[in-house]
Design a protein around this ligand. Structure first.
Ligand code: TYD
Ligand code: MG
Length: 455
């Protein structure tokens, strides 16, 4: 029988201590000790020894590669981010703000698996069985075959996994699970890490697909799911504005598929529904163009998305603000500097706000041109022409750099009825595309001159 004893280790130097102290006794760093369990088996061997099977050395070229079998969840958009479906023994972490739809989506996915005779288990630590049943009724799956366990103690959950042997288990959420072996509170870094490690090991040993739900809290970068990212096979994050009905799921890490693929859902009265053709959902509906708005073609995973970037430039007080929602703030500051230096447009005494419509987060630098042109448009109080679209990265020297897969972006824009585009020179197609006039630029000032000429 394994004895478990808690101890504390320093995150800086790895030194240990038997009690919690503010200062690491080894390296002297402050607030770096985190609780963990030192487990010693009855024979005195370390607990990890049992995990090491006698593997043989092999030459890489001689190891047979196996294609992973995938089980589709029937939620097409979820399967897309997973890389085709769930993998036996795979551990998936789904993070996101509270209320964004994690429990809803997973309950829907488990239900469709259960309906196809898969053994499923939903472990709920946040809601009672009755609350889960209420949600199921709302989702129209009141007679679902999913097994529900309202439990938060790790040891009991592991016991149920052992006896029930489900094929897919959801732990909602990892922050509510605690282990008896640790003294720290549920949700602390130590508990979250230790419980996730045990569940991951159980998943691999028993061939169960385990889906861990994790909340991202404002201050919780530490205690939240971030500390688990390296442990699990797949990390998915929910994005989107809880006020709008659209939700995105993005794969941040996937040992079984492509990353940066996104799944798009709409929250309806009956739960989350996949949106298979999402390219136009991030456009706000102006009947006529308005100043400060510029549409860009973003590329998310394998799909082009048209996203409206909005800017508001207004007279500032003593310390001008630069704020961005859904776009990188440092990049905004950089673009303002480039605008000043290379296009002579000064905004030093102005507040500048930029926003990507619909709660979408745009991480790619291909948004640069759209951000600049929307700022210009707001500054001049003049709207961009109707049907205008752009993409392209801007460098510190004022050069416009190509964006990956420009042709696909342009095709999507034409499909949605856009008629004028400003794109990086290297992305300009060799033959004209019917229906759209394409202006190729290689400098920021050139892009601005073209837009001035168009408006
Ligand atoms: P939930 O799945 O509980 O979020 P999470 O588990 O990420 O905290 O989703 C909660 C929100 O979704 C809640 O505000 C209500 C809404 N909702 C719907 O709009 N339709 C539905 O069918 C359901 C079940 C929830
Ligand atoms: Mg929930």
């Amino acid at each position: 029988m394994a004895k478990a004893k808690s101890n504390f280790s320093c995150q800086e130097c790895g030194g240990t201590s038997t009690k919690w102290q503010g200062k690491c006794p080894n390296c002297g760093a402050w607030n770096t000790l985190v609780e963990g369990v030192a487990e010693v088996t009855s024979t005195g061997t370390h607990r990890f020894t049992s995990l090491v099977s006698a593997s043989e050395l092999a030459v890489l070229g001689e190891i047979e590669a196996k294609d992973t079998d995938r089980t589709p969840t029937s939620q097409d958009e979820l399967d897309r981010v997973l890389g085709g479906g769930l993998v036996e023994g795979g551990v998936v972490l789904i993070g996101g703000d509270p209320g964004i739809g994690k429990s809803t989506l997973l309950l829907q996915a488990l239900d469709s698996l259960a309906a196809r005779q898969f053994k499923t288990l939903y472990v709920t630590g946040e809601e009672s069985g009755a609350q889960v049943s209420l949600r199921a009724r709302r989702l129209g799956i009141a007679h679902s075959l999913v097994k529900v366990l309202a439990e938060t103690q790790l040891e009991k959950i592991l016991h149920v996994l052992q006896t029930e042997r489900p094929q897919v288990a959801v732990i909602d959420s990892i922050q509510t699970v605690y282990s008896e072996a640790l003294t720290s509170a549920p949700g602390s870094v130590a508990q979250v890490r230790e419980c996730a490690a045990h569940l991951t090991r159980a998943a691999k040993a028993m061939g169960i697909t385990v889906i861990l739900v994790g909340h991202v809290t404002k201050e919780g970068a530490l205690a939240g799911p971030r500390v688990l990212e390296h442990m699990v096979d797949t990390v998915l994050y929910f994005e989107g504005d809880t006020h709008s009905s659209f939700r995105l799921i993005r794969a941040i890490k996937n040992r079984f598929g492509a990353v940066n693929e996104i799944g798009v859902f709409a929250m309806t009265e009956k739960g989350l529904k996949g949106v298979s053709n999402p390219s136009a959902i991030f456009l706000s509906q102006h009947s006529e163009p308005v100043p400060g708005s510029c549409v860009m073609v973003a590329l998310e995973g394998s799909r082009p998305l048209l996203v409206e970037i909005q800017a508001l430039v207004d007279t500032a007080g003593p310390s001008p603000r630069r704020l961005s929602v859904g776009l990188d703030r440092d990049r905004l500051a950089m673009l303002l500097a480039v605008l000043h230096r290379h296009a002579g447009v000064s905004s030093g005494d102005q507040d500048v706000f930029v926003n990507a419509v619909g709660g979408v987060k745009i991480g790619e630098p291909a948004a640069d041109l759209a951000v600049m042109l929307s700022i210009m448009s707001s500054l001049r109080g003049k709207s961009l022409p109707k049907g205008f679209v752009t993409f392209g990265e801007v460098g510190l020297a004022g050069e416009v750099r190509p964006a990956p897969r420009g042709q696909e972006r342009l095709k999507e824009a034409v499909k949605l009825g856009f008629t004028v585009a400003v794109v990086p020179k290297a992305n300009a197609p060799k033959k004209p595309i019917p229906g759209i006039i394409i202006h190729a630029v290689d400098r920021v000032d050139q892009a601005i001159d073209i837009v001035r000429g168009l408006a």
